[in-house]
Design a protein around this ligand. Structure first.
Ligand code: ADP
Length: 465
């Protein structure tokens, strides 16, 4: 069994991993950049070690320094969290070459499933439906435009190694194809170091639904149901919920079985997520696999009472899953609001700075996974997510009401946040209906602009009386 883990990450996910380790009696080592000296994860871990300057490439992506920190402190495993090095097979191999355990799948699986165009091929072979698209990487615009015409416009040009919605461009016709193609390639190169892209048909306003998987090194694979992550702004998730309210149970069951089949076909051996898009006919298509823990994992934990991080650590230690599929019961309803330090009036621009006051909600079924405290200075160098607010209730409506109440109690001062925006979403009739899709936020934004215009017209009228 693993005895001491270095956490190669920061923020709330580092805190989350430290908490799991404490419960398991495992020692922890935090790493931090010079900008993160005062961060919560640094204070909660048993030991902490600085690995470089503020820029991620100097610290949280600095493989040599991270490995040295782990061996200096006597760690026998490294947990990569999400983002940073979590889906980097080179790092996973390096960790293993240094006689430590990488808490994630084996590096060969990361290579296969972490590359989106490769993963599509593997899924097709396993007879899992994929979005219609190119057979693999598309090398130039001339080749691409032919493929796009065959599939039918509009299409999406996507980075093979992409993530976080980056390196993705829509093309509506042959006229804008070349531009979109080379912009996607350039963005892929700048963000992911290689410029491989592939093409997919753009599905019109589908739902994003994903299946949480637990797989061990002995061939056992189970699922923890699905999450609906369709509340997205610029392809970044904002609210996630489990289970998905809109899908019928037969479709869900097929989806779980396909997700398990997909994992078995590549001998997947960790926790992971299979992501699908679902159209209005409830037909679903694989888009990608995340070979790591995800931001939204708490909603699955709440509805099943399974600790996903603890399972991930046990699996990496080589232990067999203690849970069987029939042990996993859907206990209720859960949703998560991502609270970001950002200014919604300035196009959601990051709003770093010092937290001067904070009031956190509580009560039964309210969970907070946070990286902040009063007096903490949010650095400008990293992701703007500072807190995840999660609620759990027997029914969806109670869960929504609980989330509204929790958002009313949640006060963060000193920086701008998206709390009010989340509160507005929680009152939107479309959100409440559950039948929303990935176009939801854009629609909501239009409504907001319309009502702002209406208010200012009324004000003008009032002044003229
Ligand atoms: P990333 O890894 O960058 O997050 P994904 O492939 O997971 O990229 O897609 C992110 C989001 O982009 C999806 O949740 C969905 O909103 C949108 N998207 C991706 N592929 C398609 C598609 N073929 N048609 C329509 N929307 C898509």
């Amino acid at each position: 069994m693993i005895k001491k883990i270095l956490i190669a990450n920061r923020g709330e996910i580092a805190v989350r991993i430290i908490r799991a380790c404490k419960e398991m009696g495992i020692k922890t080592v935090a790493i931090y950049s010079t900008a993160d000296k005062e961060a919560l994860h640094v204070q909660l871990a048993d030991e902490a070690i600085c690995v470089g300057g503020p820029k991620a490439k100097d610290s949280y992506l600095n493989m040599a320094n991270i490995i040295s920190a782990a061996s200096l402190t006597g760690c026998d495993a490294i947990h990569p969290g999400f983002g940073f090095l979590s889906e980097n097979s080179k790092f996973a191999r390096l960790v293993e070459r240094c006689q430590m355990t990488f808490i994630g799948p084996n590096p060969d699986v990361i290579d296969k499933m972490g590359n989106k165009s490769e993963a599509r091929k593997i899924m097709q072979k396993a007879k899992v439906p994929v979005v219609p698209g190119s057979k693999g990487v598309v090398h130039n615009a001339a080749e691409g435009v032919k493929i796009a015409a065959q599939i039918g416009f509009p299409v999406l040009i996507k980075a093979s190694n992409g993530g976080g919605g980056k390196g993705m461009r829509t093309s509506y016709s042959e006229d804008d194809f070349e531009d979109a193609f080379y912009t996607a390639k350039a963005e892929a190169k700048a963000n992911f170091g290689d410029d491989d892209v592939y093409i997919e048909k753009l599905l019109l306003n589908p739902k994003h639904v994903e299946v949480q998987i637990l797989a061990d090194k002995h061939g056992n694979v189970i699922h923890l149901f699905e999450r609906d992550c369709s509340v997205q702004r610029r392809k970044q998730k904002m609210i996630e919920e489990s289970p998905c309210f809109f899908l019928n149970n037969d479709v869900k069951e097929n989806m779980y079985q396909d997700a398990i089949k997909a994992c078995k076909s590549v001998k997947y051996d960790s926790v992971g997520t299979i992501e699908f898009l679902v159209d209005q006919n409830q037909d679903y298509y694989f888009i990608e696999m995340n070979t790591r823990i995800q931001v939204e994992h708490p909603v699955s934990e709440m509805v099943t009472n399974v600790d996903i991080i603890k399972n991930q650590i046990r699996i990496a230690s080589g232990l067999e899953l203690q849970l069987k599929q029939e042990d996993i019961k859907l206990l209720g309803y859960s949703m998560e609001c991502r609270i970001n330090a950002e200014d919604i009036d300035r196009d959601f621009a990051p709003s770093p700075g010092k937290i001067t006051f904070m009031n956190l909600p509580g009560g039964k079924g309210v969970r907070i996974d946070s990286s902040t405290y009063v007096g903490y200075e949010i650095p400008p160098f990293y992701d703007s997510m500072i807190l995840k607010l999660i609620t759990f209730a027997p029914t969806r409506l109670e869960c929504i009401r609980k989330m509204r109440g929790a958002l009313e109690e949640l006060i963060i001062e000193g920086v701008k946040t998206n709390i009010e925006y989340q509160y507005m979403i929680l009152h939107s009739p479309l959100f409440i209906s559950g039948n929303y899709n990935i176009g939801f936020i854009e629609e909501l934004q239009k409504e907001v602009v319309k009502s702002e215009k209406r208010i200012s017209r009324k004000k003008d009228e009032a002044q003229n009386i």
